[in-house]
Design a protein around this ligand. Structure first.
Ligand code: GNR
Ligand code: NI
Length: 165
């Protein structure tokens, strides 16, 4: 098990669009395990492969209090969305930024697990927001992209300063 390095904004590699997983081999299992370990270590509720510089359509998630409800979603697709929510979000790749983002309240997702087996799940609230946040990462999109230009500029300046410190 390995703790992976998380890329931080404005690293251009966070903008790479992830490619579908076609072979479910031992490498994928290792990546998934390392992503869980990295997510747990950093205290996040989700982690997309893009954030650890692996440009494959994989994310891991655990929004439970006791951190005992892990999900591995590979080649995920949102097949239904319902309602709206506007809640605070943070990102392991965007240090010291937290702001409200508009998301669907409820989503139905179709994906594959680490063995390639098809899965479907319905989520709402925080879990639904997390799924949309992680799917954005796989497209090279960050939550700050949903904020005003002014806020983005402030966050970018702060991140650049922190990186130099
Ligand atoms: O840890 C995280 N918390 C969070 C809170 C609200 C909405 C989305 C998230 S995901 C984030 C971890 C992360 O950066 N995943 O990409
Ligand atoms: Ni994130």
């Amino acid at each position: 098990m390995t703790i992976l390095t998380i890329l931080t904004y404005p690293d251009p590699r966070l903008r790479i669009k992830a490619q579908p997983v076609t072979t479910f081999d031992a490498d994928i299992l290792t990546t998934v395990e390392d992503m869980f370990e990295t997510m747990r270590e950093s205290g996040g509720i989700g982690l997309a492969a893009t954030q650890v510089n692996v440009h494959k359509r994989i994310f891991v998630m655990d929004v439970s209090e006791d951190r005992d409800q892990p999900y591995t979603l590979i080649n995920p697709e949102i097949i239904e969305r319902e309602g709206k929510q506007f809640e605070g979000e943070g990102c392991l790749s965007v240090v010291e930024a937290y702001d409200k983002v508009e998301r669907a309240l409820k989503v139905r997702v179709r994906a594959q697990d680490a063995d390639g087996k098809p899965i479907e799940l319905t989520a709402e609230g925080l879990m639904a927001a997390c799924i949309q946040h992680e799917l954005d990462h796989l497209e090279g999109v960050l939550f700050v992209d949903h904020l005003s230009r002014l806020k983005q500029e402030r966050i970018r300046k702060k991140a650049t300063k922190l990186a130099k410190a």
